[in-house]
Design a protein around this ligand. Sequence first.
Ligand SMILES: Nc1ncnc2c1ncn2[C@@H]1O[C@H](COP(=O)(O)OP(=O)(O)OP(=O)(O)O)[C@@H](O)[C@H]1O
Ligand SMILES: [Mg+2]
Length: 233
Amino acid sequence: MMNVAVRCENLTKTYDTGEQKVTALNNVNLEIRLAELMMLVGPSGCGKTTLISIIAGILNQDTGLCELFGENLLTMKSADKLRFRATKIGFVFQAFNLLPALNAAENVAVPLIINGVKREVAQRRAIDVLERVGLGERWKSLPAQLSGGQQQRVAIARALVHSPNLIVCDEPTSALDHKSGHNVMNLLKEVAVDDNRALVIVTHDARIFSFADRIAEMDDGHIISISDSPKTA
Ligand SMILES: Nc1ncnc2c1ncn2[C@@H]1O[C@H](COP(=O)(O)OP(=O)(O)OP(=O)(O)O)[C@@H](O)[C@H]1O
Ligand SMILES: [Mg+2]
Protein backbone atom coordinates (compact mmCIF):
# COMPACT_ATOMS: atom_id res chain seq x y z
CA MET A 1 0.00 0.00 0.00
CA MET A 2 2.65 2.50 1.04
CA ASN A 3 4.73 1.94 -2.07
CA VAL A 4 1.86 2.66 -4.45
CA ALA A 5 1.64 6.05 -6.15
CA VAL A 6 -1.42 5.41 -8.31
CA ARG A 7 -4.04 2.71 -8.05
CA CYS A 8 -6.71 2.33 -10.73
CA GLU A 9 -9.40 -0.28 -10.26
CA ASN A 10 -12.03 -1.15 -12.85
CA LEU A 11 -11.98 2.32 -14.40
CA THR A 12 -14.49 3.01 -17.14
CA LYS A 13 -15.11 6.11 -19.22
CA THR A 14 -17.53 6.67 -22.08
CA TYR A 15 -17.68 9.93 -24.02
CA ASP A 16 -21.18 10.86 -25.06
CA THR A 17 -21.31 13.58 -27.69
CA GLY A 18 -25.06 13.28 -28.05
CA GLU A 19 -24.81 11.68 -31.49
CA GLN A 20 -22.39 8.99 -30.52
CA LYS A 21 -21.09 7.10 -27.52
CA VAL A 22 -17.42 6.17 -27.48
CA THR A 23 -16.11 3.86 -24.80
CA ALA A 24 -12.57 5.06 -24.15
CA LEU A 25 -11.82 3.00 -21.02
CA ASN A 26 -13.33 -0.37 -20.41
CA ASN A 27 -12.30 -1.76 -17.04
CA VAL A 28 -8.76 -0.52 -16.55
CA ASN A 29 -6.71 -1.90 -13.68
CA LEU A 30 -3.27 -0.42 -13.12
CA GLU A 31 -0.88 0.19 -10.26
CA ILE A 32 2.02 2.60 -10.51
CA ARG A 33 4.58 2.20 -7.77
CA LEU A 34 6.55 4.90 -6.05
CA ALA A 35 10.03 5.35 -7.53
CA GLU A 36 8.79 3.94 -10.81
CA LEU A 37 8.83 5.24 -14.37
CA MET A 38 5.84 3.60 -16.03
CA MET A 39 5.36 3.95 -19.76
CA LEU A 40 1.99 3.55 -21.41
CA VAL A 41 1.89 2.47 -25.03
CA GLY A 42 -0.78 1.45 -27.53
CA PRO A 43 -2.44 2.45 -30.80
CA SER A 44 -4.00 5.84 -31.44
CA GLY A 45 -7.45 6.08 -29.87
CA CYS A 46 -6.96 3.21 -27.39
CA GLY A 47 -7.55 5.48 -24.37
CA LYS A 48 -4.10 6.57 -23.19
CA THR A 49 -4.82 10.29 -22.85
CA THR A 50 -8.17 9.52 -21.24
CA LEU A 51 -6.51 7.29 -18.64
CA ILE A 52 -3.77 9.71 -17.67
CA SER A 53 -6.27 12.60 -17.55
CA ILE A 54 -8.28 10.65 -14.98
CA ILE A 55 -5.11 9.77 -13.05
CA ALA A 56 -4.16 13.46 -12.94
CA GLY A 57 -7.64 14.57 -11.85
CA ILE A 58 -8.33 16.51 -15.05
CA LEU A 59 -11.20 14.21 -16.03
CA ASN A 60 -13.64 12.17 -13.95
CA GLN A 61 -14.19 8.48 -14.60
CA ASP A 62 -17.72 7.07 -14.95
CA THR A 63 -17.14 4.13 -12.63
CA GLY A 64 -14.25 2.55 -10.79
CA LEU A 65 -11.63 3.83 -8.37
CA CYS A 66 -8.57 5.96 -8.89
CA GLU A 67 -6.35 6.70 -5.90
CA LEU A 68 -3.32 8.98 -5.87
CA PHE A 69 -1.03 8.53 -2.90
CA GLY A 70 -3.97 6.95 -1.10
CA GLU A 71 -6.37 9.81 -1.86
CA ASN A 72 -9.51 9.58 -3.96
CA LEU A 73 -9.76 12.74 -6.07
CA LEU A 74 -13.35 12.01 -7.06
CA THR A 75 -14.65 12.39 -3.52
CA MET A 76 -12.44 15.33 -2.56
CA LYS A 77 -13.93 18.79 -2.07
CA SER A 78 -13.12 20.89 -5.11
CA ALA A 79 -10.85 23.32 -3.22
CA ASP A 80 -8.91 20.40 -1.73
CA LYS A 81 -8.67 18.78 -5.12
CA LEU A 82 -7.32 21.96 -6.70
CA ARG A 83 -4.70 22.29 -3.98
CA PHE A 84 -3.79 18.61 -4.23
CA ARG A 85 -3.36 18.85 -7.99
CA ALA A 86 -1.42 22.11 -7.80
CA THR A 87 1.12 20.75 -5.33
CA LYS A 88 1.37 17.06 -6.18
CA ILE A 89 0.92 16.76 -9.93
CA GLY A 90 2.78 17.97 -13.01
CA PHE A 91 1.23 17.38 -16.42
CA VAL A 92 2.75 17.62 -19.89
CA PHE A 93 -0.08 17.83 -22.42
CA GLN A 94 0.07 16.19 -25.84
CA ALA A 95 -0.57 19.63 -27.37
CA PHE A 96 1.74 21.47 -24.90
CA ASN A 97 -1.02 23.97 -23.84
CA LEU A 98 1.36 26.87 -23.27
CA LEU A 99 -0.26 30.26 -22.66
CA PRO A 100 0.46 32.28 -25.81
CA ALA A 101 0.64 35.70 -24.12
CA LEU A 102 3.21 34.58 -21.55
CA ASN A 103 6.91 34.16 -22.25
CA ALA A 104 8.72 30.88 -21.59
CA ALA A 105 9.71 31.74 -18.01
CA GLU A 106 6.22 33.01 -17.17
CA ASN A 107 4.69 29.82 -18.55
CA VAL A 108 7.05 27.66 -16.51
CA ALA A 109 6.37 29.76 -13.38
CA VAL A 110 2.59 29.20 -13.50
CA PRO A 111 2.51 26.23 -11.06
CA LEU A 112 4.66 28.19 -8.60
CA ILE A 113 2.47 31.30 -8.82
CA ILE A 114 -0.60 29.11 -8.22
CA ASN A 115 1.13 27.79 -5.11
CA GLY A 116 1.73 31.32 -3.81
CA VAL A 117 5.43 31.65 -4.62
CA LYS A 118 6.49 35.29 -5.07
CA ARG A 119 6.91 36.47 -8.65
CA GLU A 120 10.66 37.11 -8.58
CA VAL A 121 11.42 33.83 -6.83
CA ALA A 122 9.15 31.99 -9.25
CA GLN A 123 10.84 33.59 -12.24
CA ARG A 124 14.31 32.70 -11.00
CA ARG A 125 13.30 29.08 -10.41
CA ALA A 126 11.58 28.94 -13.79
CA ILE A 127 14.76 30.13 -15.52
CA ASP A 128 16.79 27.51 -13.61
CA VAL A 129 14.55 24.73 -14.91
CA LEU A 130 14.57 26.19 -18.42
CA GLU A 131 18.37 26.00 -18.25
CA ARG A 132 18.13 22.33 -17.43
CA VAL A 133 16.10 21.69 -20.59
CA GLY A 134 18.58 23.71 -22.64
CA LEU A 135 16.50 26.88 -22.98
CA GLY A 136 18.06 29.24 -20.42
CA GLU A 137 18.79 31.82 -23.10
CA ARG A 138 15.27 31.76 -24.48
CA TRP A 139 13.34 32.51 -21.31
CA LYS A 140 11.93 35.76 -22.69
CA SER A 141 10.58 34.16 -25.87
CA LEU A 142 6.87 33.76 -26.45
CA PRO A 143 5.65 30.28 -27.43
CA ALA A 144 5.02 31.46 -31.00
CA GLN A 145 8.70 32.45 -31.26
CA LEU A 146 9.85 28.94 -30.29
CA SER A 147 10.12 25.79 -32.38
CA GLY A 148 7.84 22.82 -31.63
CA GLY A 149 10.61 21.00 -29.78
CA GLN A 150 11.45 24.12 -27.76
CA GLN A 151 7.78 24.59 -26.82
CA GLN A 152 7.69 20.97 -25.75
CA ARG A 153 10.68 21.51 -23.47
CA VAL A 154 9.00 24.58 -21.94
CA ALA A 155 5.96 22.38 -21.23
CA ILE A 156 8.22 19.80 -19.57
CA ALA A 157 9.93 22.48 -17.48
CA ARG A 158 6.50 23.70 -16.34
CA ALA A 159 5.57 20.18 -15.22
CA LEU A 160 8.77 19.90 -13.15
CA VAL A 161 9.15 23.35 -11.63
CA HIS A 162 7.10 22.78 -8.46
CA SER A 163 8.68 19.37 -7.70
CA PRO A 164 5.41 17.41 -7.88
CA ASN A 165 5.15 13.84 -6.60
CA LEU A 166 3.55 12.57 -9.77
CA ILE A 167 4.50 13.75 -13.24
CA VAL A 168 2.27 12.67 -16.08
CA CYS A 169 3.54 13.22 -19.63
CA ASP A 170 1.62 12.71 -22.86
CA GLU A 171 4.18 12.06 -25.64
CA PRO A 172 6.91 14.26 -24.09
CA THR A 173 9.50 13.54 -26.80
CA SER A 174 7.27 13.61 -29.89
CA ALA A 175 8.84 16.85 -31.19
CA LEU A 176 12.39 16.20 -29.99
CA ASP A 177 15.45 14.87 -31.81
CA HIS A 178 17.32 11.90 -30.37
CA LYS A 179 19.74 13.95 -28.24
CA SER A 180 17.16 16.39 -26.80
CA GLY A 181 14.84 13.44 -26.16
CA HIS A 182 17.51 11.64 -24.18
CA ASN A 183 18.42 14.80 -22.26
CA VAL A 184 14.79 15.33 -21.30
CA MET A 185 14.37 11.69 -20.26
CA ASN A 186 17.53 11.81 -18.13
CA LEU A 187 16.28 14.98 -16.45
CA LEU A 188 12.80 13.57 -15.87
CA LYS A 189 14.24 10.39 -14.43
CA GLU A 190 16.64 12.27 -12.20
CA VAL A 191 14.16 14.71 -10.71
CA ALA A 192 10.86 12.86 -10.93
CA VAL A 193 11.67 9.38 -9.74
CA ASP A 194 12.57 8.78 -6.11
CA ASP A 195 11.05 7.13 -3.07
CA ASN A 196 8.24 9.69 -2.91
CA ARG A 197 7.69 10.19 -6.62
CA ALA A 198 6.56 8.46 -9.76
CA LEU A 199 6.44 9.25 -13.44
CA VAL A 200 3.93 8.11 -16.06
CA ILE A 201 4.77 8.63 -19.72
CA VAL A 202 2.55 7.96 -22.70
CA THR A 203 4.74 7.39 -25.73
CA HIS A 204 5.10 5.89 -29.19
CA ASP A 205 8.81 6.67 -29.15
CA ALA A 206 10.73 3.38 -29.14
CA ARG A 207 13.96 5.36 -28.68
CA ILE A 208 13.02 6.02 -25.05
CA PHE A 209 11.53 2.64 -24.03
CA SER A 210 14.75 1.69 -22.26
CA PHE A 211 14.17 4.48 -19.70
CA ALA A 212 11.05 2.70 -18.41
CA ASP A 213 10.92 0.49 -15.35
CA ARG A 214 7.74 -1.10 -16.68
CA ILE A 215 5.70 -0.73 -19.84
CA ALA A 216 1.92 -1.09 -19.82
CA GLU A 217 0.36 -1.82 -23.18
CA MET A 218 -3.17 -0.65 -23.90
CA ASP A 219 -5.59 -1.62 -26.59
CA ASP A 220 -9.21 -0.73 -27.06
CA GLY A 221 -9.74 0.70 -23.58
CA HIS A 222 -7.91 -2.08 -21.71
CA ILE A 223 -4.46 -2.71 -20.32
CA ILE A 224 -3.50 -5.86 -22.23
CA SER A 225 -0.04 -6.48 -20.79
CA ILE A 226 2.55 -5.12 -18.40
CA SER A 227 6.18 -5.96 -18.99
CA ASP A 228 9.56 -5.02 -17.61
CA SER A 229 11.62 -2.54 -19.56
CA PRO A 230 13.66 -3.77 -22.52
CA LYS A 231 17.01 -2.58 -21.14
CA THR A 232 18.59 -2.27 -24.53
CA ALA A 233 20.17 1.19 -24.51
N1 LIG B 1 -13.77 14.73 -25.67
C1 LIG B 1 -14.07 13.61 -26.36
N2 LIG B 1 -15.29 13.42 -26.88
C2 LIG B 1 -15.61 12.30 -27.57
N3 LIG B 1 -14.76 11.28 -27.77
C3 LIG B 1 -13.51 11.42 -27.28
C4 LIG B 1 -13.09 12.57 -26.55
N4 LIG B 1 -11.82 12.42 -26.18
C5 LIG B 1 -11.43 11.22 -26.65
N5 LIG B 1 -12.45 10.60 -27.32
C6 LIG B 1 -12.43 9.25 -27.93
O1 LIG B 1 -12.02 8.31 -26.94
C7 LIG B 1 -11.14 7.36 -27.48
C8 LIG B 1 -9.84 7.38 -26.68
O2 LIG B 1 -9.20 8.64 -26.90
P1 LIG B 1 -7.80 9.02 -26.28
O3 LIG B 1 -7.56 10.45 -26.58
O4 LIG B 1 -7.78 8.62 -24.84
O5 LIG B 1 -6.81 8.08 -27.11
P2 LIG B 1 -5.21 8.01 -27.16
O6 LIG B 1 -4.85 6.60 -26.86
O7 LIG B 1 -4.64 9.07 -26.31
O8 LIG B 1 -4.91 8.29 -28.71
P3 LIG B 1 -3.65 9.07 -29.40
O9 LIG B 1 -2.47 8.12 -29.38
O10 LIG B 1 -4.12 9.33 -30.80
O11 LIG B 1 -3.39 10.33 -28.64
C9 LIG B 1 -10.97 7.72 -28.96
O12 LIG B 1 -11.84 6.91 -29.70
C10 LIG B 1 -11.38 9.17 -29.02
O13 LIG B 1 -11.92 9.49 -30.27
MG1 LIG C 1 -3.54 10.79 -26.72
